[in-house]
Design a protein around this ligand. Structure first.
Ligand code: MN
Ligand code: MN
Length: 328
């Protein structure tokens, strides 16, 4: 059970447009806060888009998502999960990046995540572009590889860009496999689509036994069937959930750098996360929301709802008897 200190500010007490915006109106806890050791799930901003190969802007997402997430209430409408009542959740602030030095930024993210993990905090990080996921995995999984559920229109398994050994948001999962941070046999990538450079990413996946579910297969089989297979692939061991907002169709989530047409609608985008109930999700992220391409704010608002869905799955993994576990 969570304690009173970790309760979000209710819209019944203070209007949602008032006060200082934190993720879901949770208390903000810097690392030196006296209650920092009591956090079970920490929402943390990664305001960095230095891995972006084309249209930047995701560095602005943590601030936009804090604002949008003031709309989130306490109870999941379908499963009944009340994450803030179930486990201690907090906004841990941002990991300050170096906007002109990628290696420095990756090191900063890894160090802070490793510190949090050492304290038993399960991070729900808010990017930033998808390269942010790599240092998070480095901070979490040096000792043992994790499984992965990825929702994305891209595999992010591409070889190095621009002729060097360059890390970008197009290859974090290739690097993570090469570094032994993810177990390829427990990886599933869902929603893959869009024009391709070549088949280098697919060849890598096949060589390592990574399961790719294209958007064509996703819609032909339906969410329940695809996600049943995803749970089987990932199994019961510790797993990471990574959600790239470009998984969602750009008609509803245009605020992202690399949109691809022909994706899920908002209802489906939330539904796939509910189907992750039962997995042991020990950390997760939402990446690639890009506020400069989101003039209506609608992408950030969907992103905030996705964060709540993810938080509910993470809370259920920590509290198997709470409402929200096994309800699909
Ligand atoms: Mn991605
Ligand atoms: Mn993508």
């Amino acid at each position: 059970m969570a304690d009173d200190f970790f309760q979000p500010v209710s819209g019944m007490d203070l209007p949602r447009f008032a006060g200082i915006a934190t993720f879901m109106r949770l208390p903000h806890l810097p690392d030196d806060h006296s209650r920092a050791g009591d956090v079970a799930i920490g929402l943390i901003g990664l305001p960095w888009d230095g891995g972006t190969s084309n249209r930047p802007g995701a560095r602005h997402a943590p601030r936009a998502l804090r604002d949008a997430s003031t709309m989130i209430r306490a109870r999941h409408p379908v499963t009944g999960m009340r994450p803030f009542a179930t486990v201690n959740c907090a906004d841990l602030g941002d990991i300050g990046p170096n906007p002109v030095d990628a290696a420095d930024t990756l090191a900063r993210i890894e160090t802070r995540i490793a510190t949090l993990a050492g304290r038993g905090v399960r991070p729900l990080s808010v990017g930033g572009d998808h390269l942010c996921t790599l240092p998070v995995l480095r901070g979490l999984a040096r000792a043992r590889p994790l499984g992965l559920v990825l929702f994305d229109s891209h595999t992010d398994l591409f070889p190095a860009y621009f002729g060097g050994a360059t890390l970008t948001h197009g290859n974090p999962f290739r690097a993570a496999v090469d570094e032994g941070l993810l177990d390829p046999a427990r990886m599933v990538m869902i929603g893959i689509r869009g024009t391709m450079y070549d088949r280098a990413d697919r060849d890598f996946a096949e060589a390592h036994g990574i399961r790719i579910i294209t958007i064509e297969e996703f819609f032909a089989r339906g969410i329940a069937d695809v996600m049943a297979e995803a749970r089987e692939v990932v199994g019961t061991g510790p797993a990471y959930l990574s959600y790239d907002i470009d998984f969602v169709d750009p008609s509803v989530a245009p605020g992202t750098g690399t949109p691809e047409w022909g994706g899920p609608d908002a209802f489906q985008a939330m539904g796939v996360i509910r189907e992750c109930a039962g997995l042991n999700i020990v950390a997760a992220d939402l990446v690639e929301v890009s506020p400069p391409f989101d003039p209506s704010g609608g992408t950030a608002w969907l992103g905030a709802s996705l964060l709540f869905e993810i938080l509910c799955v993470m809370a259920a993994a920590l509290a198997p008897t709470a409402p929200g576990q096994g309800l699909r």
